[in-house]
Design a protein around this ligand. Structure first.
Ligand code: MG
Length: 397
């Protein structure tokens, strides 16, 4: 345990970083606070901003009990004084960290969202400086865009933005005030710590926030954070090709599975899985862009688990791998090569399905179909071929 004490022998300002969420709302398997950003896990950036600030003497991080190994791998030992196990809610996690600090209480405490990796040194300094005269301090930004109430997809009444502020963290408090507020109001739920401080009778002052101090909330925030961090994204491209044999015509067969949808046809594609040749080509293209092997590496045909499997599963898994590496898919371009069935009228449905599977906009999905003029195995309707290209942006490590 390390702690820097001021000359008076007292801890001045401690920082609590709340990083105990499971990040399930963000999608992907990696909790968002551990996602790579500019070559390091996001949480490492956040902690660095406080641990390296000259006015912060101690840093305590509330983490999820299941994330101990992730945290140990992400954050150099010795950078924080302690980790505590977070609770079911953000408020309970803060409370756990406050409880830890109570043993050796600091004068002030800053409480910060782990998923905001970019609080500037100046912003942290503004909050601390204002605590000399305030019980509580929150950084806030004015609202510049016009606000309206959404009304069933229509633009409803305008909401006056005068006096409205967007509140950020770190929020700073007199330790005694916020610790007591968390104890006194433990059973009630508050939006943020400032709400608790106000309920306890504290005067909470505003200081200027910082537009760069964004919280990783939506997938598109990641690209902005990368840019702010000076971390670079590199373009990657992968290609995939696949062929599956067509079985004989049968009155028992009513549809063929292609591009994730069922198209009326009296012949089926043959294969170990559902033989969706289009999804296989896209999966290979996506894995190619990640330089992560091919569909056979990850889902070997020798494995009975994949027999008859919906191929959407393979693509969803490849998309999850891409997301966990911080990738942003920019384009999927698929060409289906077959004499029959006709693809054209099914294209919009297929585009929608692929966009859904990959979690990207439909404008990033291109589907083309061609015959081979009756030539070759596709021309003789012995099988269907597909080729795909995927481009994506990947954080440069
Ligand atoms: Mg295949």
């Amino acid at each position: 345990m390390t702690a820097n004490f001021s000359e008076a022998g007292k801890c001045d300002t401690a920082a609590i970083i709340v990083a105990a969420g499971t990040g399930s709302r963000f999608g992907g398997e990696m909790p968002k606070q551990y996602r790579p950003l500019g070559g390091r896990p996001l949480i490492a950036h956040t902690i660095d901003r406080f641990a390296s600030h000259s006015d912060i003497s101690r840093t305590v991080v509330a983490i999820h009990p299941d994330h101990r190994d992730l945290f140990a791998a992400a954050v150099p030992a010795g950078l924080v004084e302690a980790t505590v196990s977070g609770g079911a809610s953000r408020q309970e996690s803060v409370r756990a960290a406050l409880d830890y600090l109570t043993e050796n209480p600091p004068e002030n405490v800053l409480i910060h969202d782990g998923a905001r990796p970019l609080p500037s040194q100046a912003l942290i300094g503004r909050v601390i400086a204002k605590l000399e005269t305030a019980d509580g301090v929150v950084p806030a930004l004015s609202v510049t865009d016009t606000l309206v109430r959404a009304d069933n997809g229509l633009s409803g009444e305008a909401v006056p933005r005068d006096g409205l502020q967007r509140v950020q963290t770190p929020q700073g408090f007199r330790f005694g005030l916020i610790e007591k507020a968390h104890r006194d109001f433990a059973g009630q739920s508050f939006t943020d710590d400032a709400g608790l401080a106000k309920a306890a009778g504290g005067a909470v002052h505003l200081v200027e926030g910082d537009e760069m101090n964004i919280k990783l909330t939506h997938p598109e925030d990641e690209a902005r954070l990368q840019m702010y961090l000076g971390g670079t994204m590199e373009p990657r491209m992968g290609s995939g090709f696949d062929v599956h044999r067509l079985g004989p015509a049968s009155p028992d067969i009513s549809a063929i599975r292609l591009g994730g949808i069922d198209i009326p046809f009296n012949r089926a594609l043959l294969g170990h899985s559902d033989a969706d040749v289009a999804l296989h080509a896209i999966t290979d293209a996506l894995l190619g862009a990640l330089a992560a092997g091919d569909i056979g590496t990850h889902f070997p045909p020798s494995d009975e688990a994949w027999r008859g499997k919906d191929s959407a599963h393979f693509l969803i898994e490849a998309a999850r791998m891409a997301k966990d590496r911080g990738a942003v898919i920019t384009l999927v371009d698929l060409t289906i090569i077959c004499q029959t069935p006709k693809i054209g009228s099914h294209r919009p449905t297929m585009v929608g399905r692929l966009a859904d599977i990959l979690g990207i906009e439909q404008s990033r999905v291109s589907i083309k179909a061609t015959t081979t003029e009756g030539l070759g195995f596709t021309g003789r309707t012995e099988g269907i071929a597909s080729m795909a290209s995927v481009t994506l942006m990947l954080p440069t490590l």
